[in-house]
Design a protein around this ligand. Sequence first.
Ligand code: G4F
Length: 306
Amino acid sequence: MFLHYGDLSTSDQLTNLIYNIKPDEIYHLGSQSHVMVSFDTPEYTADITGVGTVRLLEAIHRSGIKAKFYQASSSEMFGAASPPQDENTPFYPRSPYGAAKVYSYWITVNYREAYGLFACNGILFNHESPRRGETFVTRKITRAVARILAGQQKKLYVGNLHARRDWGYAPEYVDCMWRILQHDSPSDYVVGTGESHTVEEFLIESFGYAGLDWKEHVEIDPRYVRPTEVDFLMANSGKASKELGWAPRICFRELVRIMVDADMEALSLTPPGEGTRILNCRFGKWHQWANSVSQNIKAAASRGFG
Ligand code: G4F
């Protein structure tokens, strides 16, 4: 594998890269992807998360390379639209990030229709794992659980506890992204579990799994409350299930256990272990996660990035 440097703000460079590499498939996941940060950096978010997509599409079109293109569209595009959301639900974004993703969605559809590109949108609902960035709420919580147990932190400060999200296990979503590009014809798909829970429920499950009472450790900090919130996301992934044969195998409670186990392990604590057992029995050898990832997290923690 070779890592080429690139910049979503620079179209000439993207065109050269694509022309020289001649990839068969492009998975466009590059983005300013933090919703709260997009309120502070709306113009940058529009440029990278929105216009960055047309730069890539135009690079494919101009270079004449027959690459299939996957656009990482987001459930944030649905915003205030009533659940359950599917491919026919109208978009109503509630952040600069959501608005930029709506642009990227439609420009992907446009290049498919205008130039016959094999260009697809995967509209992914929240997908989480021990690799999740520490400023997103799930990882922020599971990491805090481990740090509290290790005596490294006393309190966890969060924002709105009432927002509901459809949280799934990220590796399964990557499998679906791949399936989208292997399908006979290009199309757009909603990808999620169909299960929705509040942030408060995530707290209850995570702290409870580790034998802690979340109310003793969690405080509300208004700095984490967004100017406009997405209240209720819940996917209807019927199309992905029917056309791609995709179905999630990890549910909400299991996801919490996988993430808490990994964060505890990263701090050299002995986790309850249900998460690791779930992965082993559900995925067997397909899943190399338990060892490789927790070792990476441990290494990062020891370098001071944990
Ligand atoms: O974890 P979050 O920051 O994820 P959010 O906003 O749903 O977006 C994530 O999922 C999208 C869909 O796949 C992606 F497109 C996007 O790039 C990103 O990966 O926040 C989840 C919920 C929100 O309602 C937020 O208000 O948690 C609430 N929340 C409450 N306290 C918090 C906090 N979020 C964060 N990040 N930090 C808090 O302290």
